[in-house]
Design a protein around this ligand. Structure first.
Ligand SMILES: Cc1ncc(COP(=O)(O)O)c(C=O)c1O
Length: 392
């Protein structure tokens, strides 16, 4: 390699890399003490604490020991009698949809859904905060994209009136800020204007609904929602994704979405784990009850301690950064005090509008929650004192 290792690199790439390496671009801190029992980890999306669940692990091990009949090629070649098809049908029955298709990740589910259902003649109405996979999928088909203001049904309806019928895309909970989508209003707009509605349920599957069916089912909106897509690597602790909807479109997806055709199928032991996880989430309702109680308690205690948590009830709690608005610094300071969180950067990349995210889970005890609030308050005081010293 030549000494000037960026020889031949396009100037725009050099600029972007230099900007990143300079530290000007916000990025996650990566504290190195994940397995320390004194550390409370609120970065994970394992909301109902299923990771390590014995029946999921046992199912995965049994499949691995049995040799795991993997196909190592695209799932488009799978026959109807496979474990994958059985799990897809089981998920569809659970959600009350005609069918479902397993994808390699939530990303693939989102990109693939947009590949399957949009083309250059489609108007796509995206909430500005929907997952990047939806944006990339819709862009790649040449559809006309009309972003609407976050959680703003009125703006959505105005755009539909201006441009015409199309596909509306929202997320039932937005992981960036923890806000819940006004789904009933969006669904009414979809019906009123004859639009299709796709809902990303990545952060609500396993978490909302009587047995974890997600927010669409919980709100009784199944008939108004065309597609539900989700990552299975949140509450479902499996490395995969799904799209659920009408049988003919799901079948079309298997052969027309590019991730489904040009990437290999999910491995069998992961599918066995998913089948077990589907049973557990339906059988262990107490996990959702604990999660709800923990969420209410942490939100209330943080608000009582004067933390600026955005109003709303989801298990994803954003804390606006405090002292000088720099979430990355606050996050790093929390980690030094043994609380792991994530930094969420606003799409404009600004530091001042970014915040720290705490993802609640069902296994936190009352003492843990008090400890979390205490760490947040202590960290804020430490930063205020450091700031005051700097100014003096
Ligand atoms: C709302 C949402 N959709 C989709 C995804 C992608 O899921 P996965 O990590 O399984 O690719 C994520 C996770 O990043 C997400 O938060």
């Amino acid at each position: 390699m030549r000494a000037d290792s960026n020889w031949g690199e396009p100037p725009s790439l050099t600029r972007r890399v230099e900007h990143f390496l300079s530290g000007a671009a916000p990025r996650q801190s990566r504290p190195n003490h994940q397995r320390n029992p004194d550390v409370i980890d609120l970065r994970r999306n394992d909301y109902i604490s299923l990771s390590g669940h014995p029946s999921i692990i046992d199912a995965q091990i049994a499949e691995l020991k049995g040799g795991g009949d993997n196909i190592y090629m695209s799932a488009a070649f799978l026959s109807e009698s496979t474990m994958q098809r059985a799990v897809e049908r089981k998920t569809a029955a659970f959600l009350g949809t005609e069918d479902a298709v397993l994808c390699q990740s939530g990303w693939c589910a989102n990109v693939g859904l947009m590949h399957a259902i949009t083309d250059q003649h489609t108007h796509v109405y995206l909430d500005q905060f929907v997952h990047a996979g939806m944006w990339d999928g819709a862009r790649s088909t040449g559809s006309s994209i009309h972003p609407f203001r976050h959680n703003n049904p009125q703006h959505l309806e105005d755009l539909i009136k201006e441009h015409g019928v199309g596909v509306i895309v929202v997320s039932s909970i937005y992981p960036g800020n923890g806000l819940v989508c006004p789904l009933a209003d969006v669904a009414d707009i979809a019906v009123r204007h004859g639009c299709e509605l796709a809902v990303d349920e990545s952060h609500t599957i396993g978490v909302h609904g009587r047995h974890g069916e997600g927010l669409v089912s919980a709100l009784g909106l199944s008939e108004k929602v065309s597609y539900r897509n989700f990552s299975l690597s949140k509450a479902m602790v499996t490395r995969a994704g799904m799209v659920a909807g009408p049988a003919r479109i799901i079948d079309f997806f298997r052969y027309e979405s590019r991730p489904a055709i040009f990437s290999s199928a999910v491995l069998q032991y992961e599918i066995a784990g998913l089948a077990a996880a589907l049973n557990v989430i339906q059988e262990e309702d107490w996990r959702r009850e604990r999660l709800r109680a923990n969420t209410l308690s942490l939100r209330a205690q943080l608000a009582n301690s004067d933390f600026d948590v955005l109003p709303d009830g989801s298990q994803i709690i954003p804390i606006l950064a405090g002292v000088d608005g720099d979430a990355a610094e606050f996050c790093a300071a929390l980690a030094r005090n043994n609380l792991l969180s994530t930094v969420i950067n606003t799409p404009d990349g600004s530091v001042t509008n970014s915040f720290v995210r705490l993802s609640v889970n069902s296994s936190l005890s009352a003492e843990d929650i008090e400890g979390i609030v205490d760490i947040c308050a202590r960290t804020r005081t430490q930063r205020q004192s450091a700031d005051a010293r700097q100014r003096a």
